[in-house]
Design a protein around this ligand. Structure first.
Ligand SMILES: Nc1nc2c(c(=O)[nH]1)N[C@H]1C(S)=C(S)[C@@H](COP(=O)(O)O)O[C@H]1N2
Ligand SMILES: [Mo]
Length: 206
């Protein structure tokens, strides 16, 4: 169902930007956008892994261990580069701050960016300041229900202030990087950063 985008365009964020980013339309639906098919995530041997630049030793958690690291709930808007936006998504899961506070003490060098990895092979890169934005989380629930497999269940990272391809489904790892690199869509024509308000859609705009 489409909703009236004329009204939506007049709504402003606290900092004065339009709530609906340029070139976006509003929908109440929750479309599924996946490159390839939905993987079946088996929790038996599942681990969440942190490795890469500046980390003395790789870190690893089982799902139970990971979910025990913290709790956070937030209601935020979601913007896909294919131009649909969905307002007021309530995400719940483990906040980025809880994870980072366990990683940071083990770092021997500065981390400039991360590459997030998924069971299906999908990857996406984030600058460290975008990755650590308050309110980012590893979500297990959406609008009060466990995330369905199509939407990234059992675990997906959610980064609200960038286009939705920066919110990887079936996430299972963080690779720490000294400098920014390119993930799957970023190597296939999409923008390295993807700020919806700056309409950073394509790589040629960089
Ligand atoms: N693992 C994985 N994560 C992914 C994708 C994907 O293909 N694989 N697609 C991205 C894109 S392009 C979008 S718009 C959102 C869509 O999330 P949804 O299917 O839950 O609406 O997931 C992002 N995360
Ligand atoms: Mo997307």
């Amino acid at each position: 169902m489409l909703v009236d985008s004329t009204m939506a365009k007049r709504e402003l964020l606290e900092d004065g930007r339009a709530r609906l980013p340029p070139g976006q339309f509003l929908t109440k639906r929750f479309p599924v956008l996946t490159y390839g098919s939905t993987p079946k995530v088996e929790l038996g041997g599942w681990t969440f892994n942190v490795s890469g630049h500046g980390l003395k030793e790789p870190m690893e958690w089982s799902m139970d261990e990971f979910l025990a690291l913290g709790e956070h709930e937030t209601t935020r808007d979601f913007h896909c580069v294919t131009t649909w936006s969905r307002y007021d998504n309530t995400w719940a899961g483990v906040p980025i701050g809880s994870i980072w506070s366990l990683i940071e003490p083990h770092l021997t060098d500065e981390v400039g960016a991360v590459m997030l990895h998924c069971t299906c092979g999908y990857t996406t890169n984030l600058l460290i300041e975008d990755f650590l934005k308050e309110d980012n989380l590893f979500a297990t629930h959406h609008d009060g229900k466990p995330l369905t497999p199509d939407h990234g269940g059992p675990l997906r990272f959610v980064c609200h202030h960038l286009y939705a391809w920066k919110s990887p489904k079936w996430v299972n790892g963080i690779e720490l990087l000294s400098n920014d690199a390119r993930g799957f869509w970023e190597r296939n024509g999409y923008h390295k950063r993807g700020d919806p308000w700056a309409e950073e859609r394509y790589a040629y705009q960089e």
